[in-house]
Design a protein around this ligand. Structure first.
Ligand code: SAM
Length: 277
């Protein structure tokens, strides 16, 4: 008998993967958590039926959410991730030579523990890296209580449902602004330009109300809805397009991000550029 997993991504579209087995399922206080073994994408982390990351394509999202902002800031010493309990974004952050401290603020401890157990190649930096501090806490509460502290804040959240709804609000972006130092930078994952045009438009407008420099960029992630994914960067001082190419740090292990991609990701096809006009 063949086993298949389907994520219904919109009322009319889904992604279906052939799977060999389910490695783990549980109901946490926040969400339904599962890890399944797919044939095409390897192990897959699923929350509330939605694909969060897979071993095969995770590098695109995690490199792109981390390195663009880290290379825009001249000295990203203290960095925070809100969400991101699988550890992939933190793994990328600690590659950057200027980072002294990376703080993970994840609301659901079970996502962290299950990722360490079943997705060690993604969660590796959560297992004793001296630069990393893991805090099981609501990101909204954390930014309210930590003002002027971070060089870079990365919002690696679930879709805007459940505990993540507020992570897309104007008030939250204001708190993120206040939690950054005077020259800080934030970046948020802002969903698909095919299916979530309103989310992109609203996030871009809301981030733009707080940050003088706001830019949208994109990457291709096959297991995310439509395969094209956007990120919105808000910066108090530094423009990602004004970075000197020769100053860009590219770790030898990177599989997606490099100095050309840093700039190319901001070159928007017309249908994406239209969203933020
Ligand atoms: N890369 C993923 C994506 O785009 O689908 C997101 C990955 S990560 C697993 C998302 C995490 O955000 C989840 O583990 C969830 O528990 C966490 N999260 C949601 N709301 C949160 C909040 N208010 N504070 C901290 N973490 C939150």
């Amino acid at each position: 008998m063949e086993l298949w997993f389907t994520e219904k991504q919109t009322p009319n579209v889904g992604i279906t993967c052939k799977i060999t087995r389910t490695l783990h399922t549980e109901t946490t206080p926040f969400q339904e958590l599962a890890v399944i073994e797919t044939l095409q994408f390897g192990r897959m982390l699923v929350l509330d039926g939605m694909v969060q990351t897979t071993v095969v394509d995770e590098f695109v999202y995690h490199e792109m959410i981390a390195h663009v902002a880290l290379n825009t800031h001249p000295n990203p010493e203290k960095v925070m991730v809100i969400g991101g309990g699988d550890g992939g974004t933190i793994r990328e952050i600690v590659k950057h030579p200027k980072v002294k401290k990376a703080v993970l603020v994840e609301i659901d401890e079970r996502v962290i523990e299950v990722s360490k157990q079943y997705l060690p190649e993604i969660a590796v930096a959560l297992m004793g890296n001296p630069k990393v501090e893991v805090r099981v806490e609501d990101g909204i509460k954390h930014v309210k209580e930590h003002k002027g502290e971070y060089d870079v804040i990365i919002i690696d959240s679930t879709e805007p449902v459940g505990p993540a709804v507020e992570l897309f609000s104007e008030d939250f972006y204001k708190k993120v602004y206040e939690s950054l130092k005077d020259d800080g930078i934030m970046v948020a994952q802002t969903e698909s330009p095919f299916f979530n045009r309103d989310i992109i438009k609203n996030s871009f407008t809301r981030i733009g109300k707080n940050f003088p420099i706001t830019r949208l960029y994109f990457a291709t992630v096959p297991t995310y809805p439509s395969g094209v994914w956007t990120f919105t960067l808000g910066s108090k001082k530094y423009d990602p397009l004004a970075v000197k190419k020769e100053d860009i740090f590219v770790d030898p292990s990177n599989k997606y991000y490099n100095a050309e991609v840093h700039f190319g990701a901001f070159m928007l096809p017309n249908f994406i550029a239209e969203i933020i006009k």
